[in-house]
Write a protein that binds this ligand. Structure first.
Ligand SMILES: *[C@@H]1O[C@H](CO)[C@@H](O)[C@H](O)[C@H]1NC(C)=O
Ligand SMILES: *[C@@H]1O[C@H](CO)[C@@H](O)[C@H](O)[C@H]1NC(C)=O
Ligand SMILES: *[C@@H]1O[C@H](CO)[C@@H](O)[C@H](O)[C@H]1NC(C)=O
Length: 301
């Protein structure tokens, strides 16, 4: 371009802003254990805030949509988060939508269309099952505890951009909240070639008896997971052992920032502005949860 040099920095910046992918991220809704008429699924608001804090716009992915609707949505969003919760990973609306998005993501990534998936807690358990085909989860005593991470050696994509002092805090302070009955034990993981060739273990933890995988990333795909809850430090206050310390809150932000930066690497977008407007979470309002809930606010669908 002959007159390239006459383009000012400011113009280049504006071009960059315009071209920068829109970063709409899907979050899977999941089946309510006791559905009501016109209300059968939910998303805990902390997952929405988690992604919004890092600059994403959230699109709720409803359960029980048609394959065609999920395919259309996949082309419109830049990544998907499988949240924690109590839905069945074997048979539920959540299981079905996660399987469809997982398979579309593998296929897209093989074509060079970079599409990230993040699984938190139940979401990671679901990812392990989707990858392995057979569940290898075991019971652990980890329903209500915050733990420091035991990092494995070697490099990761996930933690590469973390400040060293935050890595130290993660390794030394109980910043990662665990609320799961099931875990993938290291021993079971080691027994599956499918899993060991797919996932790199970034950290482990133990309940005193069983060493389990706590943070993973896939070798060949932008697929990430934590058995713990990075969204809780900044956004959930119902359980006393969630670390709301400055380091804890920074963990929330850095994890979200990493995932959202991964989602900026594809150019999926909604076909029309109208379709985008109708899909965004802004069409819904979270409500304050009942006293016995572990969540502050919930979106019901
Ligand atoms: C959604 O699908 C699941 C099975 O995939 C089924 O058990 C459930 O009843 C469905 N819910 C609604 C509201 O249709
Ligand atoms: C479970 O772990 C907690 C600490 O996190 C401990 O106090 C409790 O005794 C453990 N329970 C069992 C059955 O091991
Ligand atoms: C799993 O395999 C890793 C790497 O080979 C090894 O370091 C670790 O001790 C094994 N853990 C268990 C519980 O089998």
């Amino acid at each position: 371009v002959s007159n390239f040099s006459s383009i000012k920095c400011k113009d280049l910046f504006l071009i960059y802003v315009l071209l920068c992918p829109c970063s709409c991220e899907g979050i899977l809704a999941q089946d309510l254990s006791t559905p009501k008429e016109n209300q059968n699924a939910y998303i805990a608001a902390s997952y929405v805030k988690f992604l919004e804090a890092a600059g994403a716009r959230v699109v709720p992915i409803m359960i029980n949509q048609t394959d065609e609707e999920y395919r259309r949505l996949f082309k419109s969003i830049n990544g998907v988060l499988f949240p924690g919760g109590g839905a069945s990973i074997f048979s539920s609306g959540y299981q079905r939508s996660s399987k469809i998005f997982y398979e579309m993501a593998l296929e897209a990534n093989r074509r060079g269309d970079y599409f990230p998936i993040w699984g938190t807690c139940l979401g990671l358990e679901q990812l392990f099952l989707l990858t392995n085909g057979v569940s290898l989860l075991t019971r652990t005593n980890t329903t209500a505890v915050s733990l420091p991470l035991k990092f494995t050696k070697g490099k990761s994509k996930m933690f590469q951009g973390f400040p060293p002092e935050l890595m130290d805090a993660l390794a030394l302070e109980p910043l990662t909240e665990n609320s799961h009955r099931w875990s993938l034990a290291m021993e079971a993981f080691n027994s599956s070639n499918t899993l060991t060739s797919f996932y790199k273990v970034l950290s482990t933890n133990t309940d005193g008896k069983t060493e389990f995988l706590s943070t993973v990333e896939a070798f060949d795909y932008p697929i990430y997971g934590t058995q713990w809850h990075p969204e809780k430090n900044a956004f959930e206050w119902r359980r006393p052992f969630v670390a709301h310390t400055p380091s804890g809150v920074r963990v929330t932000f850095f994890m979200a920032e990493f995932f959202v930066s991964e989602a900026r690497k594809n150019f999926h977008r909604f076909a029309t502005e109208d379709e985008e407007n109708q899909a965004l979470i802004y069409n819904f309002s979270p409500v304050k949860s009942s006293a016995k809930s572990i969540f502050e606010q919930i979106y019901y669908f």
